[in-house]
Design a protein around this ligand. Structure first.
Ligand code: HEC
Length: 101
């Protein structure tokens, strides 16, 4: 599942790093984001939509986000259509959880 998740993360990689010390890209570096309040990466300028939200990145919220970011935080600047397949989202979340620690 981690292997599959890593492969699926290729569609996120253009915009996101996952390891500590790497720069922000179009999107914030995701190191340490699991369990954290949304829009909390140091030095990244988030949209008002995400900054003003009260979201916390747990598995359920992340699943909805990856499925369709716009319906979780309307007005988000994350230009990504979403991953429709539930098993793919599960694999992605498992990968993210391990790769961003
Ligand atoms: C085209 C660039 C782009 C792609 C592709 C993209 N993202 Fe993002 N992502 C962003 C931007 C920009 C933000 C900040 C959104 C905002 O401020 O509204 C963001 C925010 C996030 C956040 C919230 C981080 C935080 O600190 O609150 C998560 C989690 C996330 N993205 C995961 C993913 C995953 C997983 C994928 C692939 C399935 C993905 N992103 C694909 C640009 C992208």
């Amino acid at each position: 599942m981690l292997k599959r998740g890593k492969l699926l993360f290729l569609q996120c990689r253009a915009c996101h790093e996952v390891t500590m010390g790497q720069p922000h890209k179009v999107g914030p570096n995701l190191h340490g984001f699991m369990g954290r309040k949304a829009a909390a990466a140091e030095g990244f300028v988030y949209s008002n939509a995400l900054s003003a939200s009260t979201l916390v990145w747990d598995v359920a919220t992340l699943d909805r986000w990856i499925a369709h970011p716009e319906s979780v935080a309307p007005g988000t600047t994350m230009a990504f259509v979403g991953v429709a397949n539930e098993a793919d989202r599960r694999a992605l979340i498992a990968y993210l959880d391990s790769a961003t620690r």
